[in-house]
Design a protein around this ligand. Structure first.
Ligand code: GLP
Length: 243
């Protein structure tokens, strides 16, 4: 638990940088990093950008896989997760563009797109560290309440609560929010060697308590992390109000 979102971002940014540096990635043995979107990881991304600028971290041999992407939103739409990631992180660090993997929500064949994504992750030997956030309903990536805890990358219809929560990014117009997304599955996240979750703000307090104080269940998909051997939740004080 850290005081506020900035301290959470500083902690996680330093933590990830240390993991990458200790791993000492090379072109033959890159560090495979899973990444989320949303407002929660932004302070972490600012820390990572600063560490790169200070010469304390390099993304040269880091391969990234993003958690999710909206279906049917143009890649260059400002709220696509492609745009978000390049705006908030990739354009500001030294990552080679070919190292970046983000699901294509406009692919002709979405099922093939999802299956190929899983295969690419496997081809890299799996994800070393998956950073994630959560929705107010406890979802991880876009694994909405009711998702199978064994799920893999697939198409998901967004819960109404998620569409409402994300409307703030679309001028509060819920009709402009895509209703479907491609998302890694709960099992895709669980397969990662390590999982780090950022949870900030009072809006997430109920989800955090459900996920860590109640049993493992598919209504609060973050709860699946209870079964993971190496999972870390970094929360600010506001997010812990229901604990
Ligand atoms: C979306 C993303 C999630 C993210 C969530 C929370 O639903 N698919 O990966 O965790 O938003 O967003 P925020 O951090 O802005 O609250």
């Amino acid at each position: 638990i850290r005081h506020d979102p900035i301290e959470v971002g500083e902690y996680i940014g330093q933590y990830i940088a240390k993991r990458i540096n200790d791993f000492a990635p090379t072109p033959e043995r890159p560090f495979v990093l899973g990444l989320p979107t949303g407002s929660s990881p932004i302070p972490t991304y600012r820390t990572l950008i600063r560490l790169v600028k200070e010469g304390k971290l390099s993304f040269q041999n880091v391969i990234t896989f993003n958690m999710d992407e909206y279906v049917g939103l143009a890649e260059d739409h400002p709220e696509s997760y492609h745009s978000f990631m390049f705006r908030e992180l990739f354009s500001k660090v030294n990552i080679p563009p070919e190292n970046v993997h983000i699901l294509d929500g406009n692919a002709k064949d979405l099922i093939t797109e999802c299956n190929t994504y899983e295969e690419k992750i496997k081809a890299y030997g799996g994800i070393e560290l998956f950073l994630g956030g959560i929705g107010e309903d406890g979802h991880i990536a876009f694994n909405e309440p009711g998702s199978s805890l064994k799920s893999r990358t697939r198409i998901k219809t967004l819960a109404y609560d998620t569409i409402l929560a994300n409307a703030r990014f679309f001028n509060n117009d819920i009709t402009a929010v895509p209703h479907m997304a491609l998302t890694v599955g709960v099992q895709t996240v669980l397969d990662s060697k390590e999982v780090v979750i950022v949870v900030t703000g009072q809006r997430k307090a109920l989800a955090l308590s459900k996920a860590i104080e109640e049993g493992v269940n598919h209504l609060w998909t973050l709860s699946a992390l209870q079964t993971h051997p190496w999972a870390l939740i970094v929360a600010d004080e506001d997010a812990t109000l229901e604990l």
